[in-house]
Design a protein around this ligand. Structure first.
Ligand code: PRX
Length: 630
């Protein structure tokens, strides 16, 4: 074991004494002895209009079902139940614009009014239970209203990160057969307007299903409006159809709540499907225990609702716990490198949950930007999306957490819906290890043949137990659900990550084992990047790989075979970057390129990424015996 793995931070007594879980060993052991009862007890803390017949139905595993027979709605628990007590007047959401000049706040009472209004409008547009609504909005309060309004009426939301291109958005709209798209005129990105509505126009040009587009006025930019299809949201809210109470539809626990597209090892993104009942229990419980969330907390998760972290721990998890959510529209360094610390100080943020990339970026600016602020309101810090390097962990702990805020590293995935490997604040933390499987879960690290590897040895990370917030299937693609996650080791959930376990049972996640790259915590498939590159007329073939990057964790390196007559140049590299940004997303832009004569392939035609990686890093190319020859 390395010295890093022996570095242990014990949580302060004042945190442990007040936490929901102080005796974590007892809680872990109790849940391990009977995970199904553990989850039934947690579910009992929420409201169900009809109780379940069965907690876990595994008859058709791996198509697991949870809380079958029960009726509920995540909005009943995230909003409605808070209206019955004094909590109705408590702040549910504080929002700050990118330049910190505008603030909007909503109590649970007024959040409900907003959600009812949006839900009434969707209903008037003919959206019914089971219909999919695509949401392509920036980090503004309307994204909360839109997601909750869909859930309230039993519609399925499909949030697409408002940084994806028209092509990527159009594919997701068509695949989900959305009738309605909710967007904004634009979003603010580092002081400039990103023209969202133009992208939507392009995306829905040939859509066979989209009947209505709702446009929120956010940037005040002039946009083209189709007189039949497009509607300003503020104009809709003035109509009689928007007014009045809207009942929260009681749905089956297993009815779909949302789909969320994520990258896999092929070019076609996967639509991960989550349901009302299990997802609410999973996100409610894990946020409560890992971040010790209480109604008096002011919780800031910096993720965008376009990703799963935003779904589970910006929107649903904190509202299910009756906390106050803080959301900022901007990036962590705009307009100043201390904007985050200024906001934490002013709003009295108690829990701050962000990504290693952001931590590394902010660390670069030096301690003084942080220490000039009074961050004494902070109780807990969190990290998500990629492994956090111990150096960034220690800086976050020492400078931002002033040496006394536990850092909760959380390993999970779009597919898992909720944390799977993490700590609760009372557990000792080890910088660089995400922690232990959540209560009720067990993980294993396997070799190729499916045997558990000894402690300290790298292997494939699998999860052994079903959990309530697990994806139920891939929307419209159940075969791919089985083949991707449940076939390598039947009965075990394949995460796609490599990891090691230490002698204390802590898990050290190393990274992906498949063709997925995490760039600044964003998940990208190599095939998506490659198909964006080859759609450029100057490119014949392309291979994308991830290379280690100090700030982003991984950066994309592209090996490109050029068409006849094309010459490698800096200008061409820039043109290819712009092309990828426009056809996929700016987050997918390759950092570096090389232009070989041909790509290394096996005799069966598979690109040997291992060889490309070695070449790009100037390392030994290893065994080339399977390389195809001329
Ligand atoms: O490789 C793991 C990495 O992110 C992947 C899941 O990506 P996504 O579905 O976009 O969800 C990200 C947010 C939950 C995982 O397979 N990952 C996520 N969190 C961590 C992590 N790797 C190491 N440590 C983490 N805390």
């Amino acid at each position: 074991m390395t010295s890093e793995q022996q570095e242990v931070f014990e949580p302060p007594d004042e945190i442990v004494d007040k936490a929901w879980i102080s005796d974590w060993q007892a809680a872990e052991a109790a849940a391990a002895s009977d995970p199904v009862s553990y989850w039934a007890e947690r579910a009992g803390e929420l409201e169900w209009s009809k109780p379940w017949d069965k907690v876990l139905d595994d008859r058709k595993a791996p198509f697991f079902k949870w809380f079958t027979g029960a009726k509920t709605n995540i909005v009943t628990n995230a909003v409605d139940r808070h209206l019955k007590s004094a909590r109705r007047n408590k702040l549910a959401l504080i929002w700050v614009s990118e330049d910190n000049s505008k603030v909007r706040t909503f109590s649970y009472f007024s959040l409900n009014r907003e959600v009812e209004q949006m839900a009434n409008i969707l209903k008037a547009m003919g959206v019914e239970k089971g219909d999919v609504v695509t949401i392509y909005l920036p980090r503004i309060p309307e994204i909360f209203f839109a997601m909750l309004a869909c859930a309230k009426i039993g519609a399925i939301h499909s949030v697409v990160f408002a940084g994806y291109s028209a092509e990527a958005l159009g594919t997701r709209i068509d695949d989900s057969e959305s009738k309605v798209v909710i967007t904004a005129d634009g979003s603010w990105v580092n002081g400039k307007v990103f023209a969202l509505k133009d992208i939507v126009d392009e995306a829905v040009k040939f859509s066979p299903t989209v009947e209505n587009v709702i446009v929120v006025a956010n940037t005040g930019t002039e946009v083209a409006m189709d007189t039949i299809r497009d509607h300003w949201y503020h104009e809709l809210t003035r109509l009689p159809i928007a007014k009045g109470h809207c009942e929260t539809v009681q749905v089956d626990a297993e009815d779909p709540l949302f789909i969320l597209y994520t990258s896999g090892s092929t070019g076609k993104p996967k639509a991960i499907l989550h349901t009302h009942g299990g997802y609410q229990v999973g996100t409610y419980t894990t946020l409560r225990y890992s971040f010790d969330i209480k109604p008096e907390d002011r919780w800031w998760c910096t993720a965008d609702p376009g990703w799963v972290t935003g779904h589970s721990y910006l929107v649903y998890g904190p509202l299910l716990n009756g906390a106050t959510v803080f959301m900022a529209e901007g990036s962590p360094t705009y307009p100043y490198p201390d904007i985050n610390w200024q906001l934490i100080e002013y709003y009295g943020i108690t829990g701050f949950y962000t990504a290693p990339t952001a931590i590394r970026t902010l660390m670069r600016f030096g301690d003084a930007w942080v220490t000039k602020h009074d961050l004494s309101s902070l109780r807990l810090l969190g990290s998500v999306g990629e492994p956090i390097n111990p150096e960034a962990w220690r800086w976050f702990h020492r400078v931002v957490g002033q040496g006394h805020c536990p850092i909760i590293d959380t390993w999970w995935q779009t597919e898992t819906g909720m944390f799977q490997i993490t700590t609760v604040p009372a557990m000792p933390q080890k910088p660089g290890s995400a922690g232990r499987p959540v209560f009720g879960q067990q993980a294993a690290i396997l070799d190729e043949a499916g045997n558990e590897v000894p402690d300290g040895t790298e292997g494939f990370l699998v999860l052994k137990n079903p959990w309530p917030a697990m994806m139920r299937t891939l929307f419209k693609d159940p075969d791919r659900y089985i083949s991707t996650y449940w076939s390598k080791y039947p009965g075990l959930y394949l995460t796609g990550d490599a990891a090691k376990r230490d002698a204390d049972g802590y898990i050290w996640v190393i990274g992906r084992t498949d063709d997925v790259i995490k760039v600044s915590g964003h998940r990208l498939g190599t095939a998506e990047v490659e198909s964006a590159l080859v759609s450029h007329p100057g490119v014949v073939e392309a291979a994308a790989i991830g290379l280690p990057h100090e700030i982003k964790g991984n950066a994309i390196h592209a090996s490109v075979i050029l068409a006849n007559g094309q010459q490698p140049s800096r200008e061409l590299e820039e043109e290819l970057r712009t092309h990828v940004a426009e056809t996929l997303s700016p987050i997918a832009k390759p950092d570096t390129f090389d232009f070989p004569e041909k790509l290394p392939k096996t005799r069966s035609g598979k690109i040997m990424r291992r060889v490309l990686r070695a070449r790009a890093l100037g390392q030994d190319e290893g065994d080339l015996s399977t390389l195809e020859s001329d």
